[in-house]
Design a protein around this ligand. Sequence first.
Ligand code: HMG
Length: 421
Amino acid sequence: MTDSHHPPVGIDALALACPKAFIAMDTLAEARGVPSAKYTQGLGQEKMAIASPVEDTVTLATAAARRALETFDVDPQSIGTLIVGTETGVDHSKPVAVYVHELLGLPERCRTFETKHACYGASAGLTTSLDWIASGRARGQKALVIAADIASYGLNTPGEPTQGAGAVAMVIGEHPRLLRIHPNTIGDYTRQVMDFWRPLYSKYALADGHYSIECYLEALAGARAAALDGGDEVFDELLACLYHVPFVKMAHKAHRKELECVHHRPFDLDTADDQARFDASYQRLVAPWLSLNAQVGNIYTGSLYLALMDLIRQSQASWADRRVSLFSYGSGCGATYMLGQIAPSAHQWAGHCDPQADLDQRRRLSVGEYEAMIAAFERAERAEKLDPSDWGVLEGLAYVGTQDHQRQYRWLGRDALTPAV
Ligand code: HMG
């Protein structure tokens, strides 16, 4: 899989930014009159990140990108492409990416744009960046790809327990420190389906939930076949299978589909043999990397890369060159299946990829506070002036209101002293 004529390309830096508040799934279940086991076991979720009115896709994307550049000591002047994948942008015309570009002080000599295809947007950005580097057009520069979203389905809807918010930033370059991605093992899939969408007039996503699960699984089979082209034997070498994770239990369903593709037969989890075989594979290849998703919820474009962060934060020296599969799904639908290879230096960066301390410091919301936060978030884009301290946001970047139809952002606390990376 290595190509001696081209240097390896892939993910060189990785960082998460998350809202500073969450609601616990058992708290939400109690308020909705649902057994908490439905959310915690049936969907597999523990917590859901909730954005306050002063946090939006721009603040999350910028915070994640800044962290990736600083933590991995990447020179902002080396960024030649900046792509933000999002389905929850802040403007019908102006891309989130251009706000991020200014807020990070990136060079003017940079191609900057936003990609949208439901949860698939950032993966489109990632593969575009890999192609940009492989074509030679990058001329030694790196790409910054950010997956940033706030997933909202509305109160009392079936989708409500599958919300979340956050951004994952990735630096893409040659000789990556974390994960190599091989262009000849990337497979794509597209089909027009109405499984999940958000009309221009709606703040909330509409979903045909159970159908969306079917569409996801069909796309997995299709993109996987396109990527591997019958080379199923690679499955036996995998260290991990990473999936798009709208809720943790979806990765369970995805892995069952994956095994069905590998073995060319249905897996019947009601029979002891298939159950035992499935469980062993799931516990080894999938379950260990789902803790961040369980604590954050669906972050749409970033969900797959959250699972990747969970893998990298646990990486060990012995994992060097081991292969992992990555499946990205965006409703509507578009999908990509790819194979990556753990970079030999990944374990040295494991601690730099661990957002657990930040997640542990988040504020736990009551249902009343959660509902008030959602209502205030809805009104925020028309608010002229917002005070971040009202929402417990004292550091980092905040959205502080819209004046003359222009969104305003401010760095707070110690971040105000050093606005650009
Ligand atoms: P629902 O109908 O409320 O839930 O909606 P359910 O009845 O299907 O139950 C969910 C699970 O909980 C089931 O497990 C139940 O058995 C179990 P399963 O059979 O599927 O394994 N359950 C319980 N378990 C333990 N104790 C109990 C109990 N009761 C039930 N007491 C649904 C669930 C996911 C459909 C809904 O939340 C929804 O519509 N979510 C949004 C759509 C979605 O996330 N789709 C995923 C695939 S599409 C995708 O990933 C793209 C997406 O990220 C968007 C994008 O691309 O931008 C969404």
